[in-house]
Design a protein. Sequence first.
Length: 262
Amino acid sequence: MQARSALFDLYGDHLRSHGGAVPVAALVRLLGRLDIAAPAVRTAVSRMVRQGWLVHATTDLGPGYALTERARERLDEAAVRIYRHQPLPDWDGRWSLALLAHSPDRVRRERVQRALEYLGYRQVRPDNWIAPRHSPELAGIAASEGLAVTHFRAEYDGDDAELVERLWRPAELAAAYRRWLTEAREIVGSEPPDAGDDGAFAVRSRLLHEWRKFLFADPGLPRRLLPADWPGDAAAAYFDEQTARLAPGATRFVDDCLAGNT
């Protein structure tokens, strides 16, 4: 588990709701329970500050870090997709098309690619992207890279199921959901019966870390374009069940760390 990804998970799952700054000592204690060493935590925090995700802040327990507005928006959007508190609207048969101005900078193009794939877009040809639904973050990503973007929604003059097959590879995605479910049951099974709150935090964090990867792979593909026995449903149900079961203990552990009690 990389420190930067674990920090995003931690802020998104627990710290975002606290609303204020988090002492760096608490970040070190929390990620230490996930076997991430303090130097790696501090390096990841510095990187996230440079990238505009965190800002320096002062807390009662010493120096700390708070989320930027950009980070809050990203984590709020991610939470909707991770926990599905707001069911996706029925797909209306139209696709989100994003036509970006070309950048000659390869590094910038790669950043844009990672960002758009996270939002569920796939590249159909250079600088032309498509997704089943429009993302409100699209314009912000283009602006942050200094690129103009033209967006519109349209029906595909062809076989929608074939388009999904070509760009999102649902057979591979289904296999990934099955692997996740097997591995998730192993993670939960590794938790001893007498595991304390820190154990609940560790198991929940590991489940979330692996589940979060589907944000890049599955944008919420239209169900009518997927097989009837879609394994993503069983995987999502298990994720919901286990994270809800582990939430009280995990929250107590986080609260203790934030208070300096652990």
